[in-house]
Write a protein that binds this ligand. Structure first.
Ligand SMILES: [Cu+2]
Length: 109
């Protein structure tokens, strides 16, 4: 009984640590929005998008009139994830090719 309690406590601690890491470098795609819309990370960070919608989205560098070509990630449905590395400081705008009102920004320091 006591051992079970210890195991559960450990599992919760690991889950909390994982959530904190994801909050710093993760973006949720939900209800046709990138959340948060702007994220600030340090150079060299890998940013991961997670799709919570049942339909497909993309994470495409640039703006609809002028795709930047740096990345074009498919988020194939609910639960799909995709990542991009940001080695160079700058401001990187992105959008969804399927729903061009969906916009986001990664600020790399
Ligand atoms: Cu979309």
């Amino acid at each position: 009984m006591k051992l079970t309690g210890v195991a559960i406590g450990w599992a919760i601690a690991v889950a909390a640590a994982t959530t904190a890491a994801d909050a710093a470098t993760g973006i949720n795609v939900q209800l046709f929005q990138f959340r948060p819309g702007t994220i600030a990370v340090n150079a060299g960070t890998r940013v991961t998008w997670t799709n919570h919608d049942e339909i497909e989205h993309t994470v495409t560098a640039g703006v609809p009139a002028k795709p930047a070509g740096g990345f074009d990630l498919a988020l194939g449905g609910q639960g799909a994830t995709a990542s991009a590395d940001f080695p160079t400081p700058g401001t990187y705008t992105y959008f969804c090719r399927r729903h061009q009102h969906m916009r986001g920004e990664v600020k790399v320091n």
